[in-house]
Unconditional design. Structure first.
Length: 444
C-alpha cells in the first residue's frame, strides 16, 4: 500500500467513523487481523478490563515491564486531545506521522473487510483504531503489549488477543444496556477475556459476587487467580491519590505474574523506579497554581467517590469551586451528591459530545440536593475561567476542580494555551501539591 496520510487526514477519517456508532462482535476484528497479517500474534499481551482505573493500571504495568528491559507497548482509551495518544511504545506516544500511517494501513484493510460484509455492516471506529494499534506495535517490535479493553470484554474489539495475564481492576454498574443489569452480569462479560491456563489478577476490595464469578471462571479455565495486596506504605508513587496506590499494587501483581511466566524475576528496584515516574494525564492533575486548578476525568459515581476521598489532602483547607460536565448515560445525581458537599460554588457545563447532559439538567439535580450556588455555562473554557475568577476573590484562597467526563478534560487540555493551563500530556510534576495548612498526602 503506497497511500500516505497526514495526521490531520487520519484524525478526520476516525471522526467520520463516529457517525456509524458502536457494534459488538469479533468477526470484523478477526477479518481485519487476517488482512493485516495477524499482527496481534507477534507480541505477548496483558489484557486489562474493569470499570475504573484501567488506563492508570495499564500505564503502570507497562512502566514496570519497560524497566525490566522489555520493549513494551500500550493500547489505551479514550484519549484526551489526539487519537495518537492511544498507542504507546516505551512509554511514549507514537509519533503522529507513524500513527497516521498505521490508520491508513488499517483503513486499507477495513475497505477489504467491508466488501465481505452485509450492506448494513462495517468496521467501526474502535475496531479500526485497535487494528491500527496492533499493526503499529507489531511493526515497532514490541515484545509485550498492555492492552486496555474499551467496553466490556467478551465482544470488545481488543479480545482477539491470547493474553498470558488478564487483569480486573473493579466492577461497577455502568453500560448496563450492553453489559447487563447486575454486577454479576457485568463481571461475567468483562472476565470473558480470560484465557485457558493463564493468570487472573484482581484488584482489591471487589464485591463478593464479583469474586465468586472470578473464582468460578478461573477454575473453569484452569487459570491462576491472584488478588492484589495494599501497596507498601514506604512506596513512593508519583501520581496522586490512595486509589492510584491500589492501582499500582495491582499493576505490580500483573507485571510479576507475566515476568514469572516468562521465566524472569520481578526487580524491586525496577518497581520503585516505575512507581516514581508514573504519569497519568487528566487524573487529579494540577494544571494551574493561581488559583490551584485540578482536572480529573472521573465520569461515574465510583470514580468520583475515589476522587472525593483523596481531594481534601490536596486542597489543604481551601474552598472549592466545581466545574462539572457529564454525559447523559451517567448517574449524574450520585456524582453530584458526592461532590457538592465539598463545594461552595459550581459551574455546570457540557462536554463536547452529542451525548452531553445539559447544564440546566445538572443545575436542577443540584437544586434537588439543596445546592443553589450554581451557574450554567455551556462552554467548558468559559465555565473554568468563571470558576477561577471567583476563586481568586476568596479570602484565604480557593481552588477549582474540573471533572465529570474525560471529554471535558480533553476539551480543556486542547485549549490549554488560551486558558493559561499547564496541561502537559506527559506531566513532569508527579509530586503532591501542599499548601501551608495541608497535612500531606494527595490524590491522582
Amino acid at each position: 500500500m503506497s497511500q500516505q496520510w497526514s495526521p490531520e487526514h487520519a484524525e478526520r477519517h476516525l471522526r467520520s467513523l463516529e457517525l456509524f456508532g458502536m457494534r459488538f462482535g469479533l468477526d470484523r476484528m478477526h477479518r481485519m487481523m487476517t488482512v493485516l497479517g495477524s499482527p496481534e500474534r507477534s507480541f505477548d499481551s496483558i489484557h486489562v478490563v474493569g470499570t475504573n482505573g484501567k488506563t492508570s493500571t495499564t500505564r503502570m504495568i507497562a512502566a514496570i515491564l519497560e524497566r525490566h528491559g522489555l520493549r513494551t507497548g500500550c493500547y489505551l482509551s479514550p484519549h484526551l486531545v489526539s487519537y495518537s495518544e492511544r498507542v504507546q511504545i516505551a512509554e511514549h506516544d507514537v509519533e503522529t506521522h507513524a500513527f497516521a500511517a498505521a490508520i491508513a494501513r488499517a483503513a486499507w484493510a477495513a475497505e477489504r473487510v467491508n466488501r465481505t460484509l452485509a450492506e448494513d455492516d462495517h468496521v467501526t471506529q474502535f475496531e479500526l483504531l485497535t487494528a491500527a494499534a496492533f499493526w503499529e506495535l507489531a511493526r515497532r517490535g514490541a515484545q509485550v503489549v498492555v492492552i486496555e479493553a474499551g467496553l466490556g470484554g467478551r465482544y470488545d474489539a481488543t479480545n482477539v488477543i491470547d493474553s498470558r495475564v488478564a487483569v480486573l481492576t473493579n466492577v461497577g454498574l455502568e453500560h448496563t444496556r450492553w453489559l447487563g443489569p447486575t454486577l454479576t452480569d457485568i463481571a461475567t462479560e468483562k472476565l470473558a477475556v480470560l484465557g485457558e491456563d493463564s493468570v487472573l489478577a484482581l484488584g482489591t476490595h471487589l464485591q463478593p459476587e464479583v469474586l465468586d464469578i472470578a473464582r468460578t471462571l478461573a477454575a473453569e479455565r484452569r487459570a491462576e487467580l491472584l488478588i492484589a495486596e495494599e501497596a507498601p506504605a514506604d512506596l513512593e508513587v508519583g501520581v496522586r491519590g490512595s486509589f492510584q496506590r491500589a492501582n499500582f499494587a495491582l499493576a505490580r501483581l500483573a507485571a510479576k505474574s507475566y515476568l514469572e511466566r516468562a521465566g524472569l524475576r520481578l526487580s524491586d528496584d525496577a518497581v520503585r523506579a516505575a512507581a516514581v515516574s508514573i504519569a497519568v494525564p487528566g487524573r487529579m492533575q494540577v494544571v494551574a497554581r493561581d488559583p490551584l486548578t485540578v482536572v480529573d476525568g472521573a465520569h461515574n459515581p465510583a470514580a468520583v467517590a475515589a476522587l472525593v476521598e483523596s481531594l481534601p489532602e490536596l486542597l489543604g483547607g481551601r474552598s472549592l469551586a466545581l466545574v462539572l460536565g457529564v454525559l447523559e448515560d451517567k448517574d449524574a445525581a450520585s456524582m453530584l451528591a458526592a461532590l457538592l458537599p465539598l463545594c461552595e460554588r459550581a459551574w455546570f457545563t457540557a462536554p463536547p459530545s452529542q451525548r452531553a447532559l445539559s447544564p440546566a439538567t445538572l443545575a436542577s439535580l443540584a437544586r434537588q440536593l439543596g445546592f443553589e450556588s450554581a451557574s450554567c455555562e455551556s462552554q467548558p473554557a468559559k465555565a473554568l475561567a468563571a470558576a477561577q475568577s471567583w476563586a481568586r476573590t476568596q479570602e484565604g484562597g480557593a481552588a477549582v476542580l474540573a471533572t465529570g467526563s474525560v471529554y471535558l478534560v480533553g476539551d480543556l487540555f486542547a485549549r490549554a494555551r488560551e486558558l493559561g493551563l499547564n496541561a502537559r500530556l506527559t506531566p513532569t510534576d508527579g509530586h503532591v501539591e501542599r499548601s501551608h495548612s495541608a497535612q500531606g498526602g494527595g490524590s491522582a
